[in-house]
Write a protein that binds this ligand. Structure first.
Ligand code: AMP
Length: 461
């Protein structure tokens, strides 16, 4: 998961990178960091801390980051490995200048590369897969920055959208499959912004120019963009469909496709494929709001706000000893009794992963007096872990990998359960081309090098 942003060609680079990160906060809440390079003094400063973007960056801290080029990263919390050393941007003094790098995605050969580099004498400072990219650049025998970056990126397998600065030159690249998004925007007053999602362009008033293409490597000097030698192609690009299903913000456009429109279309298709005799449709907020609206539009069943989400749930909470069942779910959601009492309710969620949140939600709805609960998922059963950068548990923890739909229905305690079909989902986004559907289908296109070689797969973003 994680979000990345870079700004070039404006003296407000770090401020704009901060704003971009703020709008990408949904992609990670564990840590935030910005590096800025100031050509006037040759300084390259970094601020990197655990916490939300608005907590990490005060006006005073941003003033410590002068320069016309800045890179930013927000980190998603993964189990383990959450020390500050694992937060990005990575910044090193390299033979060709000060180098900083941010990465979104998951390399599937990171441990193989790391083992080779360690055997050659490399000293690692973190446990993130991203650090191998820096070592590969620094240890390349090729001549010049661009040849060294090309050498490094050509050795990577898996998912990577990366932004690199060497001095005041910015480089942007996307893996040949194009798993994770990366978009380019033009700031009207002067400046270029490159970020994970278009919502990070909107906040700085930038105009969307285009996506960084799968396999494309770009150099940005000031506001001038140059295409460098692309990475070797790997067949049909495979952007991650789960970005559209759950991860990206609905006000973002991904691969030319509005996330809101894609989710609504899935909701409408879900209503056709999995109808329900019910009085109201509600969403599990916020990620399923658009899909539930689509379900309501298509079925003619009224859309209601039956669940309210508290957005201010921090990372750690003191659990009272009398907390009772479903405390974690109750911290985040509450049911609106007046909306639900006596009603036959269709609940639309974007996806079912472990089933634990959903089970708690169903208890909330029953306690609030719902007469019937019909659970609908705007995506197919998640049966396979993701190795390309979405935090998905192991197969053992994925409920749909271990139970039939009827068993899941009984486990959740609902009157009916229905998933959107894979064909139905793909039909809804067919204009946007082909997608990686590995978490639903098990069709892993980028080789799982570490897994096949018996290494642990890293679960960092
Ligand atoms: P559960 O009931 O435990 O299966 O959780 C399903 C909920 O988690 C859904 O509401 C999704 O919006 C959300 N979700 C889906 N994928 C992820 C993910 N990779 N990380 C965190 N939450 C997710």
């Amino acid at each position: 998961m994680c979000g990345i942003v870079a700004v070039s060609g404006t003296s407000e680079a770090s401020k704009l990178a901060f704003l971009g990160l703020h709008s990408l906060q949904h992609r990670g809440q564990e840590a935030a960091g910005i590096v800025a390079f100031d050509a006037a003094t040759g300084s390259c400063f970094r601020v990197r801390e655990a916490g939300l973007v608005s907590d990490v960056f005060t006006a005073a801290r941003l003033a410590e980051l002068p320069g016309e080029v800045a890179l930013g990263h927000i980190r998603y919390s993964t189990a383990g490995g959450s020390g500050l050393n694992n937060a990005q941007p990575i910044r090193v003094a390299y033979r060709e200048g000060q180098l900083a790098l941010v990465h979104n995605g998951n390399l599937t050969n990171a441990n193989e590369l790391r083992t080779r580099l360690v055997n050659e004498g490399a000293l690692f400072q973190s446990t993130i897969d991203t650090e191998v990219i820096v070592h590969l650049i620094a240890r390349s025998h090729r001549h010049g920055v661009e040849a060294q970056i090309d050498d490094a990126l050509s050795q990577l397998v898996g998912a990577f959208s990366v932004l690199i600065t060497v001095g005041d030159t910015l480089y942007a690249a996307r893996d040949p499959w194009g798993y994770r998004p990366l978009v380019i925007g033009h700031i009207p007053g002067g400046g270029i912004v490159i970020a994970s999602e278009t919502c990070a362009l909107d906040i700085v008033g930038a105009r969307f120019v285009r996506d960084v293409e799968p396999g494309e490597v770009l150099r940005v000097k000031g506001t001038e963009l140059t295409r460098l030698r692309p990475l070797p192609p790997e067949g049909m690009p495979q952007p991650c469909i789960f970005e559209l299903v759950y991860f990206a913000r609905p006000d973002t456009a991904l691969w030319g496709y509005s996330v809101d429109r894609a989710r609504r279309a899935c909701g409408r298709r879900l209503a056709d494929e999995q109808p329900a005799d019910a009085d109201i449709v509600i969403a599990v907020p916020d990620s399923a709001n658009s899909a539930a609206l689509g379900y309501s539009e298509q079925s003619g069943i009224a859309y209601e706000l039956g669940l309210i989400r508290n957005h201010y749930v921090g990372r750690t909470f003191i659990e009272p000893s009398q907390a009772g069942r479903d405390f974690k779910v109750r911290l985040k959601y509450n049911a609106v009794r007046e909306v639900l009492a006596g009603k036959r309710v269709v609940v639309v969620d974007d996806s079912l992963v472990r089933g634990t949140t959903s089970r708690g939600l169903v208890n909330l709805l029953r306690d609030a007096g719902a007469a019937e609960v019909h659970f609908r998922l705007a995506s197919p059963p998640v049966r396979h872990p993701c190795y390309y950068g979405i935090d998905m548990p192991t197969k053992e923890e994925l409920i749909a990998a271990n139970m039939t739909v009827e068993q899941i229905r009984a486990y959740l305690g609902v009157d009916s359960l229905g998933y959107l079909s894979l064909e139905g989902m793909l039909d809804c986004v067919s204009d946007a081309g082909s997608f990686c559907t590995a978490c639903f289908s098990g069709d892993y296109r980028a080789p799982l090098v570490d897994r096949d070689a018996g290494f642990a797969m890293s679960s960092h973003c």
